[in-house]
Design a protein around this ligand. Sequence first.
Ligand code: SF4
Ligand code: SF4
Length: 86
Amino acid sequence: MPWVKEEDCIKCKICVNVCPVENAIYLKEDGYPYINNNICTRCGLCMEKCPRNAIRPNFENPALRGFGRGRGGGRMGGGFGKNRIW
Ligand code: SF4
Ligand code: SF4
């Protein structure tokens, strides 16, 4: 499941324009895109077209890595909620 690495994103909207699934990726109020993993088909087009390589595969998601440490009690238990994909 892809996610958007906002530090690398330049808000060019290419990902939103190339996505074949309506609303699977959309711009948030702050201008960064957000992927709705409930409807995203993981076609990979947004990742392929992003000029900054800002759409990253899920295993790189620091929020999810944090969850792997167990039930939110770990050091990374807070502060990453906005990046949570599922
Ligand atoms: S992987 Fe495909 S369906 Fe999912 S957000 Fe990217 S372009 Fe859209
Ligand atoms: S294509 Fe990449 S840089 Fe452009 S808005 Fe999407 S995630 Fe950001």
